[in-house]
Design a protein around this ligand. Structure first.
Ligand SMILES: *Cc1c(COP(=O)(O)O)cnc(C)c1O
Length: 351
């Protein structure tokens, strides 16, 4: 947030149109242009964007959806929210954070896959997942909450599947405080999501509702912020890439970095490194005033999903990932001196 964000917000107050309006239309159009997707709708946040996609695809009670074991919990909770059951799948290796195709066990109830592009790179196997789902009639939903502007120059993350979802939460590449977006190549799915997100009608101002829908809209206040953020996306990306390069330079091969696809753009959401013992290392770093964060807690270990009966032996790579992964600070505005201090404390801790 800076002065340019304030200026965009001030315009909304002057126009005195704070609910969904002209800024939302413009924000949506710019996001379609950026992702190269033909259809998209805004949502109140990334979790509800996933919900919209799953609900719009008709996934619900009795259905099962595969979710990679290492991701933010919203990837699974959205499945639960439509009444379906998430089934967790291990990652292919501790440093390769996608859903392992070789560990997939389909049942007659399996309807689709939610795969997350994590930490600002594309999933290593997104093309293979796309082929796998197409062959078997499964739905592919890409949780691209952390993957805005991640593209190989032709295809943007979120355009491989039946739907791709984004988040504009405060720590994402661009932020609207809270906000989300769903893209899809399917016109019918788009149409269903238009109705679902706005009380079952195509535009506000009518009290005749052709379908059952809810309120998953964004406000013009948020979308003005989104427009302001998009206007400086290049700067944000450059800053984050600079931080990543600095970390690589300072840490070299004394830690293992999470895998990054070099045929896609890379906008570090966090810098993820793997060490021998993450917890011990983070304690030592904290003693020097550095707040590193753990990587995601594996979904099969989540107390709220204990009823699904996941056991560590079925998720060896996810367990190793959690035991060894550390997220280093990557926010825009972090100084070279701060990165140096983080790196020094990390290298001392593992020494
Ligand atoms: C942030 C995030 C979400 C949820 O988005 P919200 O806008 O916070 O609801 C979902 N999945 C992943 C991978 C995320 O990083």
């Amino acid at each position: 947030m800076d002065g340019s964000d304030h200026a965009f917000l001030a315009q909304v107050f002057e126009r005195n149109y704070i609910a969904e309006g002209p800024c939302a239309t413009q924000f949506r159009e710019q996001l379609l242009q950026l992702t190269g997707s033909p259809h998209g709708v805004l949502a109140s946040n990334g979790t509800l964007a996933l919900y919209l996609a799953l609900k719009g695809l008709g996934i619900g009670p009795g259905d099962e959806v595969l979710v990679q074991d290492i991701t933010f919990i919203a990837s699974a909770n959205a499945v639960e929210m439509v009444g379906a059951t998430p089934r967790f799948v291990d990652v292919p290796a501790f440093d390769d954070l996608t859903l392992d195709l070789d560990r997939i066990a389909l049942t007659p109830r399996t309807r689709g896959i939610v795969v997350a592009h994590l930490f600002g790179t594309a999933c290593s196997n997104i093309e293979a997942l796309q082929g796998f789902c197409a062959e078997r009639g499964l739905r592919l939903i890409e949780d691209a909450a952390q993957a805005l502007a991640i593209t190989d120059g032709v295809r943007h993350c979120g355009t491989f599947g039946d739907a791709g979802t984004f988040s504009f939460y405060a720590d994402k590449t661009i932020t609207t405080a809270e906000g989300g977006f769903v893209i899809t190549p399917h016109e019918e799915l788009h149409d269903r999501m238009v109705l679902l997100r706005n009380q079952g009608r195509r535009s506000s101002g009518t009290f005749v509702h052709e379908a059952i829908g809810y309120n998953l809209r964004m406000t013009d206040l948020q979308c003005a912020l989104g427009l302001s953020q998009l206007a400086k996306l290049d700067t944000i990306v450059r800053e984050k890439q600079k931080l990543y390069a600095l970390y690589r330079e300072r840490l070299g091969d004394r830690v293992t970095f999470s895998r990054i696809r070099d045929d896609f753009s890379h906008i570090p959401f966090r810098v993820v490194v793997f060490v021998e013992h993450a917890e011990r290392t983070m304690e030592l770093m904290k003693a020097r005033g550095v707040e590193a964060r753990a990587i995601f807690h594996p979904l099969h270990r989540q107390p709220c999903y204990a009823h699904l009966g996941g056991a560590d032996r079925d998720f060896p790579h996810a367990v190793e990932c959690a035991d060894r992964g550390i997220c280093l600070p990557t926010w825009v505005g972090l100084s070279v001196e701060q990165v140096d201090h983080v790196c020094a404390s990390l290298l001392d801790a593992i020494a």
